[in-house]
Design a protein around this ligand. Structure first.
Ligand code: ASP
Length: 584
C-alpha cells in the first residue's frame, strides 16, 4: 500500500499513530543531524522529520540524498511539532520517519513549484504538468470540476439528458472557419470538426429527446484574439416545445443556481434589455452593468452651434467619469491619446470639467455656453467633480469607441469588482448583420435562428431591421451564453438559406439532412450554449480563461508542451492522398 493517508489529512488526533505517506518532495532543510522535508500531494503538505537520534542511520543517509520533486514513500510516527505552523492545516504535527523509499527521482524543475513561482508563462506552459502541481493552477482545475458538476447535476435534475454528438462532421456555420480532417478512406474528402453541435442538437429534438445538454468541445479556426482558444468547451443545451420565455427562465435558473452554489451570491430576477437599448445605453451588446457611466446622447443639445465636428456627426455621445474633474490637463491629454490609438480609433475627444461650484469648463468653450454644457451634464448624468468625455462620428463606430473608453475608465477606477456579479439578458437581437467585406447580410447568430413572429416579410423590404428570437446571457460584461428559438419548418429554413445567398443546391448539399428531418414532424424548439471556460473564469473571479484549462494553447494556437501543430510525414500524407505544396 502506497499510503494510509493523504498529505493534507493528519492532525493532532493522529499523534502516536504509525502512517505511510507518498508524495513529492517540495522542500528540504538539511542540518546534517536533522533533515526536514515538506511532502506534497494534491491534498496538502505534511512535514517529515529525519532525526539522527531517532531515525535509523541508513534512512538518514537516504534523506540526505533526496532532491526537489523526488517521489517518495515514507513510513513513520505522527508526533507533535515543536514549532507549529498555523498557516497549514497539518501544521501541528510532523512525521518522524522510520523508513523511506524513493519511488522516482526528478531532474531539478525549471521553476519553483510553489504558490509564488519564478517561472514565466512560456516556461510554465512548456512544463504544464509541473505547473499543475502548484496550488493556484490545480485549484482552478478543481474549481472547474465543481462548476461542471453543479451544471450536470442541475440540468440532470431538470430532466435534461446528456447526449454525445460526433466530432467528425460536416461544417456547421457559427461564423468561423472550420478545422478540417482529411478522410483516408474517402479520397479527397474531409470532415469538419464541429464549431458547435448545433445541427445535431436540433436533430435530437426531431428525435424526441425533448431536453438535451452536453458539455462539449467546439472548434473554431479564428484568428486568435487574446484569451481565445481554438478549442473550447460549451454547455450546449436544447429544448422542445419552448418559447423564448421558457429558455430564459430555465437558464436563468441554472445561472442563479451556480452563483448560489459556487459563489454564495443570491441574485433575483435578471434584468433584460433589448439589443437596441444595450447599444444605445452602453454602445455594446454585452454591457457590464456593475457600474454606471451610461451614454448620454447629445445630438439634440450639441448640434445647434457652429461646431462642425459635431454638426456633421451621426452620433454625439458622452459619458460622465465619476470624479474625473480631478484629472490634470496632462492626464486628460493622455486620455485623448488613448482614444486616438488605432485600437480605439476615435478622431479626438471633447471634454467638460464639472467644477464643484456648479460651473463648467470645456475644451469647446468657444462654441458652447454654460447652459449648453449644463444640458450635456444632464444627459450624461454628470455631477460636480465629474469629467464628461464626448465622442462623435458615425453611429456604430462612435458607440464602439465610447464603450471602449467606458470600460477603460471603469478599469482605472476599479469599478469592475471580481466578487460582484451582474447578469443581464440581452434580447431581440437583429436577425442579420451587414458584412462590409462580402457586401451582404449574414445571419448574426446562425442561419437556424427564427425571426420574430410576423417579420419574415420585412426581410424583403428592410432586412437590417428584422429582429430574431435570439438572446445572450451577459455576466459582468462578458457574453457567457447565447441562443435562439429555431426555425423548424422546411419552407422557412429554405427561404432563410436562399436569403443568405445559398443556392438551393448549396443549401441541399450542406444542410439537406436538416431540411429533410424538418419534413418528419420537427417540433418547435430552441436552445442556448454557454461558454464554459469563460463562465468558470468569471465565477472564479478572473477574466483569463487559460488558467482554467488544463492544457491550453498559446496565443498563436500552439500547444508548446507537445509542440503541436506539427508536420506529418510523407507516408501519412500519401495515405491520406494529400500532397503538400508550401507557399514559397
Ligand atoms: N450553437 C450556438 C453557438 O454556438 C448556440 C445556440 O444557438 O444554441 O453559439
Amino acid at each position: 500500500m502506497y499510503r494510509t493517508h493523504s498529505n493534507g489529512e493528519l492532525r493532532d488526533k493522529n499523534i502516536n499513530t504509525q502512517v505511510t505517506l507518498s508524495g513529492w518532495v517540495q522542500k528540504i532543510r538539511d542540518k546534517g543531524f536533522m533533515v526536514w522535508v515538506d511532502l506534497r500531494d494534491r491534498y496538502g503538505i505534511t512535514q517529515l522529520i529525519f532525526d539522527e537520534e531517532r531515525t535509523p542511520k541508513e534512512v538518514m543517509d537516504k534523506a540526505s540524498k533526496l532532491g526537489r520533486e523526488f517521489v517518495i514513500q515514507v513510513t513513520g510516527t505522527v508526533i507533535e511539532r515543536e514549532s507549529k505552523n498555523p498557516n497549514i492545516p497539518t501544521g501541528d504535527i510532523e512525521i518522524l520517519v522510520s523508513e523511506v523509499t524513493v519511488l522516482n527521482t526528478s531532474l531539478t524543475p525549471p521553476f519553483t513549484i510553489e504558490d509564488k513561482t519564478d517561472g514565466g508563462d512560456d516556461l510554465r506552459m512548456k512544463y504544464r504538468y509541473l505547473d499543475i502541481r502548484r496550488n493556484p493552477v490545480r485549484n482552478k482545475l478543481v474549481f472547474r470540476h465543481k462548476v461542471t458538476m453543479a451544471v450536470r447535476n442541475y440540468l440532470s435534475e431538470k430532466d435534461f439528458v446528456e447526449v454525445e454528438t460526433p466530432y467528425l462532421i460536416k461544417s456547421t456555420p457559427e461564423g468561423a472557419r472550420d478545422f478540417v480532417v482529411p478522410s483516408r478512406m474517402n479520397e479527397g474528402q474531409f470532415y469538419a470538426l464541429p464549431q458547435s453541435p448545433q445541427t445535431f442538437k436540433q436533430l435530437l429534438m426531431v428525435g424526441g429527446m425533448d431536453k438535451y445538454f452536453q458539455i462539449v468541445k467546439c472548434f473554431r479556426d479564428e484568428d486568435l484574439r487574446a484569451d481565445r482558444q481554438p478549442e473550447f468547451t460549451q454547455i450546449d443545451c436544447e429544448m422542445t416545445f419552448v418559447e423564448q420565455e421558457d429558455i430564459l427562465n430555465t437558464f436563468e435558473g441554472l445561472t442563479r443556481h451556480l452563483l448560489k452554489e459556487i459563489n454564495n451570491v443570491e441574485i433575483g430576477d435578471f434584468p433584460r434589455m433589448t439589443y437596441d437599448e444595450a447599444m444605445r445605453r452602453y454602445g455594446n451588446d454585452k454591457p457590464d452593468i456593475r457600474f454606471g457611466m451610461e451614454f448620454g446622447e447629445l445630438n439634440a443639445v450639441a448640434q445647434h452651434k457652429d461646431f462642425n465636428v459635431f454638426n456633421k456627426a451621426e452620433l454625439v455621445a458622452g459619458i460622465a467619469v465619476p470624479g474625473g474633474n480631478s484629472y490634470s490637463r496632462k492626464e486628460i491629454d493622455k486620455l485623448i491619446d488613448w482614444v486616438k490609438r488605432p485600437q480605439v480609433g476615435a478622431m479626438g475627444m471633447v471634454y467638460v470639467r464639472c467644477n464643484d461650484d456648479g460651473s463648467y469648463k470645456s475644451s469647446v468653450d468657444k462654441f458652447y455656453d454654460q447652459d449648453d454644457l449644463a444640458k450635456w451634464a444632464e444627459a450624461t448624468g454628470a455631477k460636480a467633480g465629474d469629467l464628461i468625455c464626448v465622442l462623435s462620428g458615425e453611429m456604430n463606430k462612435t458607440r464602439t469607441q465610447l464603450s471602449a473608453l467606458r470600460m477603460e475608465m471603469a478599469e482605472r477606477l476599479n469599478l469592475r469588482k471580481a466578487d460582484e456579479f451582474a447578469p443581464l439578458w440581452v434580447i431581440d437581437f437583429p436577425l442579420l448583420e451587414w458584412d462590409e467585406e462580402t457586401e451582404r447580410y449574414h445571419a448574426m447568430h446562425h442561419p437556424f435562428t427564427s425571426p420574430k413572429p410576423g417579420q419574415m416579410e420585412l426581410l424583403k423590404t428592410n432586412p437590417g431591421a428584422v429582429k430574431a428570437n435570439a438572446y445572450d446571457l451577459v455576466l459582468n460584461g462578458n457574453e457567457i451564453g447565447g441562443g435562439s428559438i429555431r426555425i423548424h419548418d422546411k419552407e422557412t429554413q429554405s427561404k432563410m438559406f436562399d436569403y443568405l445567398g445559398f443556392t438551393p443546391e448549396e443549401a441541399k448539399a450542406q444542410f439537406g439532412f436538416l431540411m429533410d428531418a424538418f419534413q418528419y414532424g420537427a417540433p418547435p424548439h430552441g436552445g442556448i450554449a454557454f461558454g464554459l471556460d469563460r463562465l468558470v473564469a468569471i465565477l472564479g473571479g478572473q477574466e483569463t480563461i487559460r488558467d482554467f484549462i488544463a492544457f491550453p494553447k498559446n496565443n498563436a494556437g500552439r500547444d508548446v508542451m507537445i509542440d503541436a501543430p506539427a508536420p506529418i510525414d510523407k507516408e501519412q500524407l500519401k495515405e491520406l492522398n494529400l500532397s503538400l505544396t508550401l507557399k514559397p
